[in-house]
Design a protein around this ligand. Structure first.
Ligand SMILES: Nc1ncnc2c1ncn2[C@@H]1O[C@H](COP(=O)(O)OP(=O)(O)OP(=O)(O)O)[C@@H](O)[C@H]1O
Ligand SMILES: [Mg+2]
Length: 279
């Protein structure tokens, strides 16, 4: 892990980046003041969402351990706290989870973060799947109802048709099937406007976007300009330093790099197997 951090520091120096923000003492965000609607109508909008009860067996099988709380959730609670610190310090809300290549664990980490954030009762969290080539978020959390959040983004359906809530402060917008024009959709200003409308209706404090990998398609590139910051997930023994370097550099040209998560680590103190390194 130290070798990884050294290599990343050297790569950042080469790119002339010092990176990093100093988090404040308190990890807790205040309720989003940007919302254009009243608290009452926001609550009504949340209550009107169809609720979803996760299947614990599926969550366990898919490593969504933070749902269960306790020690297993510890690493994700730590990640949540660091994210909230940075979000508060920088007034960030839209956080993209991406990786250099496929299968690094983005969706698993987004789902774990979601349930960890849900335990912060004073915060509202939306998790939106923008990986429309390989949509797996619904399967990962055990949501079986047919969903097509892409139809919300392209203006065909209303947000509440494809968003489900878990408890009073967490909601998911997912897709049951792949979408063919994902790159154009994610870059379109109409889709960005739809997301802004959704933010106005549901007043989330944090929006986590489960995004496609950086290398291989331009889907995430087209979307990063809309985000406030991104988390880069790498997989131990799979992702190379140069892949991290290229992906991090591309993200940094479009938004803030919040941190690099080294996932699938076998040799770590955490039961889940990841390490979080901040830029
Ligand atoms: N820490 C971990 N240890 C072992 N396996 C893991 C870990 N995190 C995720 N996985 C497994 O790796 C596989 C890929 O995970 P996931 O779908 O979250 O990756 P992804 O980056 O979202 O993939 P894609 O690029 O296809 O969207 C899944 O089978 C998941 O259960
Ligand atoms: Mg995924």
């Amino acid at each position: 892990m130290e070798r990884l951090q050294e290599a990343l520091s050297r790569a950042r120096e080469r790119r002339g980046q010092t990176g990093g923000t100093t988090p404040p003492a308190s990890p807790t965000l205040t309720r989003n003041k940007m919302a254009s609607r009243s608290e009452g109508s926001t609550n009504e909008a949340w209550q009107a969402l169809r609720s979803f009860e996760p299947n614990e067996r599926i969550l366990r099988a898919n490593r969504v351990v933070s749902y269960f709380g306790g020690n297993d959730a510890g690493p994700f609670d730590m990640m949540r706290t660091k994210i909230l610190q940075q979000a508060k310090a920088n007034n960030w809300r839209r956080i993209v989870v991406t990786s250099p290549t496929a299968q690094c664990g983005k969706t698993t980490i987004a789902a774990n973060l979601a349930f960890s954030l849900a335990r912060q009762a004073e915060l509202r969290t939306l998790v939106i799947e923008v990986d429309m080539r390989r949509p797996e978020l619904a399967n990962t959390i055990g949501l079986t109802e047919k969903m097509a959040f892409a139809r919300v983004l392209n203006g065909q359906d209303e947000p509440a048709q494809h968003i489900v809530s878990y408890g009073p402060n967490l909601a998911f917008g997912t897709n049951s099937s792949p979408v063919s024009n994902s790159s154009e959709l994610l870059q379109s200003s109409a889709a960005h406007d739809r997301l802004k409308e959704i933010e106005a209706i549901y007043a989330p404090d944090i929006v986590i976007f489960d995004a496609p990998p950086m290398l291989g398609s331009d889907d995430t590139h087209g979307f990063l300009g809309f985000a406030d910051a991104a988390i880069l997930v790498a997989a131990a023994e799979m992702t190379t330093i140069s892949e991290i370097d290229v992906a991090e550099s591309e993200i940094a040209s479009m938004t803030q790099v919040m941190g690099v998560v080294m996932n699938k680590c076998r040799l770590t103190g955490s039961s889940y197997g990841y390490n979080y390194s901040y830029s």
